[in-house]
Design a protein around this ligand. Structure first.
Ligand code: SAM
Length: 239
């Protein structure tokens, strides 16, 4: 995990030997399960360290310091094989994490991994964000919502902002030129109770592509109408 350790240092993070050991276990389990179920197209030891683990940890660039407490509730929407949520949990073991994905096979991997990594306070939920976002126990229940590689921003905010508490934030990890995508999502962001704070560049030489964090603060309640039925946010994005 040398590449990860060095990259994390550039983010101002010092990973302990226990954390590096957990990332090593994560890599081994990912590689092993990926032979049976489709979890990731990124499989080399070096690439997983950078494109999965370091990329996930880049979320810390968007966090305000007092935001990370043991009381912090974090949800990762469309988590797949656990990213970016699980690397953030390894970094901050005290936080309360919910991992949400619609595919049960991926959840089976996450349950196994949670045990192998000996993590507490990790809940794995199988379901569509459109439905779980309407459930009282999850709606507006998280100070921090994160998501990577799930949908275009106008669709994504409908899947994520309903989970966010007022005063909390949603952070989307995005690649490439996203100026138009952000502009196209502006009406959706405000309809859902959000306010764009910043698009923050992740400037690390480890990444040759353009990576950035879209940071949206939740400033007012999401109207009960949202999220709409499964599939509708993708078919008919707000905006
Ligand atoms: N976030 C992970 C990552 O960056 O490695 C996985 C990205 S993968 C391309 C997209 C994931 O989002 C898939 O696992 C898919 O099942 C999940 N997903 C897509 N739409 C969803 C929805 N409406 N509700 C819950 N999960 C969803």
């Amino acid at each position: 995990m040398k590449k990860l350790e060095a990259g994390a240092r550039k983010l101002g993070l010092h990973l302990t030997s226990r954390q590096l050991e957990q990332f090593e276990i994560y890599y081994q389990e990912l590689a092993s399960w990926n032979k049976r179920i489709n979890l990731t197209a990124i499989t080399s030891y070096e690439e997983v360290q950078l494109k999965h683990f370091l990329d996930s940890l880049s979320v810390t660039l968007a966090l305000r310091q007092p935001q990370i407490t043991t009381e912090l509730r974090l949800i990762d929407i469309g988590t797949g094989a656990g990213m970016p949520g699980l690397p953030l949990k390894i970094l901050h073991p005290g936080i309360k994490l919910v991992l949400l994905d619609s595919i049960a096979k991926k959840a089976a991997f996450l349950h196994h991994l949670k045990d192998r990594l000996e993590l507490d306070d990790v809940e794995i939920v199988v379901g569509r964000a459109e439905e779980i976002g309407q459930a009282v126990q999850y709606r507006e229940g998280f100070e921090l919502v994160v998501s990577r590689a799930v949908a275009h921003l106008a669709t994504l905010v409908e899947l994520t902002l309903p989970f966010c508490t007022i005063g909390g934030s949603f952070i989307a990890l995005k690649k490439g030129n996203i100026e138009e995508e952000v502009t196209a999502a502006s009406r959706a962001i405000s309809l859902l109770g959000g306010k764009l704070r910043e698009v923050k560049k992740v400037s690390l030489e480890e990444f040759t592509d353009q990576r950035q964090l879209v940071i949206i603060d939740k400033v007012s309640p999401t109207p009960k109408l949202y999220p709409r039925r499964p599939g509708i946010p993708t078919k008919r994005p707000l905006g």
